[in-house]
Design a protein around this ligand. Structure first.
Ligand SMILES: [Fe+2]
Length: 165
């Protein structure tokens, strides 16, 4: 039996091609999701959704740049889900799983739409990576932690990496 996550990581890498920055970003966000999701004891079903959404969360970025000349979050959120659906085809995944993955991809910049732990963890993980990649200031990181970080593991990682020194 194929391992779905491994297979989808391969698909993501092929899709991004030589865009190493995006590939690294997706792998880093996936790593944080895997750790936080495990520590927070997500069940297998939610974990699969979270892992696949993490791998594909920014998959709409190329189309956004091509169509609108922008990598802004709103465009990515629109362009991501159809591409994700295409990449997840043929894996025998339940329709509800695919729908939820697409919801996560389509809302991972919408902090006001967090309805469940899977999206919460994806947003925290993306920020844990972006704080470094975008050189976000300490004050903004603290603000983000107070306002939006909810999981104990995510809060702990943010402190360990960014705010404790
Ligand atoms: Fe991201």
């Amino acid at each position: 039996m194929i391992n779905i996550t491994s297979y989808v990581i391969g698909k993501m890498i092929s899709y991004f091609g030589n865009d190493i920055k995006r590939i690294n970003h997706a792998l880093k966000v996936y790593g944080f999701c895997k750790s936080i999701g495990g520590i927070e004891k997500l069940n297998e079903y939610d974990m699969l959704i979270l892992e696949l959404a993490a791998i594909l969360h920014d998959i709409g970025i190329k189309e956004s740049e091509r169509k609108y000349n922008s990598s802004a979050g709103d465009y990515q959120e629109i362009e991501g889900p159809p591409i994700a659906k295409e990449l997840l085809k043929g894996l025998n995944l339940d329709e509800n799983i695919i729908e939820r993955i697409c919801f996560l991809i389509g809302n991972h910049h919408s902090y006001n739409k967090i309805d469940k732990t899977d999206l919460q963890i994806l947003i925290e993980s993306d920020f844990l990576v972006n704080a470094y990649e975008d050189n976000i200031k300490k004050a903004a990181i603290k603000f983000m932690k107070d306002k939006y970080f909810k999981t104990p593991a995510g809060r702990r990682f943010l402190d360990t990496i960014y705010t404790n020194q």
